[in-house]
Design a protein around this ligand. Structure first.
Ligand code: FAD
Ligand code: NAD
Length: 475
């Protein structure tokens, strides 16, 4: 007799495993199928985020930042270190250890919440049946009352620069390099290009980033993008905008990249080339022809605002559906789908999803950019406060950047918060809460912020919106 579950989740990344746990918390019987295999041959839950994305990248960003600080910043604090040495093998061992602990933790969470974790391939058949092909054992047809598809995404491959895993590499390869490439090229000055470019630049690579668009960080507020671009260039990242890559060819000793920019056709040599030009939804082998679930022209699973597909009882969440490809967006969708299956009212506020770039300085924002508010025609006011005037930032020797707040002129509502500076990724949480509760600028102004703290910059920026900043001259 075939097994049956109230909910079968396909994919155990941050969208799928969180959805599975929430469904089980509702008292539903849940199975979560995943086939992720790491380079050591071991299977692991956690998807891209835990195995090859958010977590390993942040581990290396932290290590490389400390190495850079020990070399360049300690002396400003009056600390003499002598020769600072890098041990890449130890750095990578730490990264792998963190990944192992967190991915192993999901197995523990599944047990604690009574989710059946199944290792292998899942395929949705007609009638909400799921074909499960375990990594070892017989194919099984599982009956499901509800299905959540959470199959994630994979790097986009360029036909003019195909991945070879050795010289032309994707973000996963770039996280597992065993040595620092002397000359590192990156195609794409997006989130991955800037984060991984920063890691290897801090560890000693000469990094060149080739970006097709003329605008740097087109999705960010222009004031923030300008400051960030200046800081990254000061750090030695050579960011070439308006660059069309024509061809990348790997040879014995590296990669030759032909490109065209405003100065005409050029050629450059790298030891390694990371191609980070976006990610595409993964749906290979996920859907039987008669499963009834539709894909859009870009390959995303078509869903409504509540992540329902066209098939009743089948949901899709995370990177495989429309919207930003972010772990926290996927997790919230997983929770929403599970709550809806349990008969609860649930929604995701797509207008307030924070974005964070874990560069130095960090970049974070939530809500609308000034350009978006301007385009909407709503009268608005802005205020900003530079970290240069923050006592805490000065004590940390991290004074680059600012907090900028955009509020509506008519009812004082906070519409967008944009931060470039130290710990921006942590500071943005206050802005997300303010936006979620439709706070006014005055609410932020009247909220007491600890002194001395970086969060005071948020407070001062809210005061600056009404030209009432206390620790910086109002313009
Ligand atoms: P995934 O994490 O991709 O998981 C999908 C899972 O489904 C995988 O394990 C896959 O093996 C499995 N699967 C797919 N099809 C099947 C099938 N048919 N049967 C069985 N299993 C299947 N986001 C952030 O928010 N913050 C960050 O700091 C951040 N850093 C990143 C850094 C890098 C280098 C990269 C590449 C991404 C980063 N992201 C970050 C993006 C983040 O990783 C994704 O948004 C997130 O992982 C999406 O979650 P998901 O559950 O939808 O998909
Ligand atoms: P991205 O969309 O952030 O950036 C891709 C960049 O490549 C863009 O600037 C684009 O203009 C450029 N590009 C596209 N085609 C090009 C070409 N042929 N030549 C030169 N440039 C080209 O994509 P990504 O950096 O690959 O990241 C993928 C996803 O992973 C993103 O959606 C992001 O949300 C997620 N991610 C998030 C984080 C984070 O939250 N901190 C970190 C890493 C990745």
């Amino acid at each position: 007799m075939s097994r049956s579950f109230d909910v079968v989740v396909i994919g155990a990344g941050p969208a799928g495993y969180v959805g599975a746990i929430r469904a089980a918390q509702h008292g539903l019987s849940v199975a979560c199928i995943d086939e992720w295999q790491n380079r050591d041959g071991k299977y692991a839950f956690g998807g891209t985020c835990l195995n090859a994305g958010c977590i390993p990248s942040k581990a290396l960003l932290e290590s490389s930042e400390l190495y850079h600080k020990a070399q360049h910043d300690f002396k400003k604090h009056g600390i003499k270190t002598g020769g600072v040495e890098m041990d890449i093998a130890a750095m990578q061992k730490r990264r792998a250890g963190i990944v192992r602990q967190l991915t192993g933790g999901i197995g523990g969470l599944f047990k604690a919440n009574k989710v059946e974790g199944l290792i292998g391939h899942g395929k949705l058949l007609a009638g909400k049946k799921v074909e499960f092909t375990p990594v070892d054992g017989e194919v099984e047809i599982i009956e499901a009352k509800n299905v959540i598809l959470a199959s994630g995404s994979a790097p986009v491959e360029l036909g003019i620069a195909p991945f070879d895993g050795e010289h032309i590499i994707d973000s996963w390869d770039a996280l597992e390099l065993g040595a620092v490439p002397a000359r590192l090229g990156v195609v794409g000055a997006g989130v991955i290009g800037l984060e991984l470019g920063s890691v290897w630049a801090r560890l000693g690579s000469e990094v060149t980033i080739l970006e097709a668009l003329d605008d740097f960080l087109f999705m960010a507020d222009r004031d923030v993008a300008k400051v960030a671009g200046q800081e990254f260039r000061k750090q030695g990242l050579d960011i070439k905008l308006g660059t069309k890559v024509i061809k990348a060819k790997a040879g014995k000793s590296g990669v030759t990249v032909d490109y065209e920019d405003a100065d005409g056709k050029q050629s450059v040599e790298f030891d390694k080339l990371i191609v980070a030009v976006g990610r595409r939804p993964v749906t290979d082998g996920l859907l039987a022809d008669d499963a009834g679930v539709q894909l859009d022209e870009r390959g995303f699973i078509v869903v409504d605002d509540e992540c329902r597909t066209q098939v009743s009882g089948v949901y899709a969440v995370g990177d495989c559906v429309r919207g930003p490809m972010l772990a926290h967006k996927g997790s919230e969708e997983g929770v929403m789908a599970a709550d809806l299956i349990a008969g609860e009212i649930a929604e995701v506020n797509y207008d307030v999803i924070p974005s964070v770039l874990y560069t130095n300085p960090e970049i974070a924002w939530a809500g609308q950019t000034e350009e978006q508010v301007k385009a909407s025609g709503r009268p608005y006011k802005t205020g900003s406060f530079p970290f240069m005037a923050s006592g805490r930032a000065k004590a940390m020797e991290q004074t680059a950047g600012m907090v900028k707040i955009i509020s509506s002129q008519d009812d004082d509502e906070v519409l967008g918060v944009h931060i470039v500076g130290p710990m921006a990724g942590e500071l943005i949480a206050e802005a997300v809460l303010a936006l979620e509760f439709a706070a006014s600028t005055e609410d932020l102004q009247r909220t007491i912020h600890a002194h001395p703290s970086l969060a005071e910059a948020m407070h001062e920026a809210s005061l600056a919106v009404d030209r009432k900043a206390l620790n910086f001259p109002n313009k």
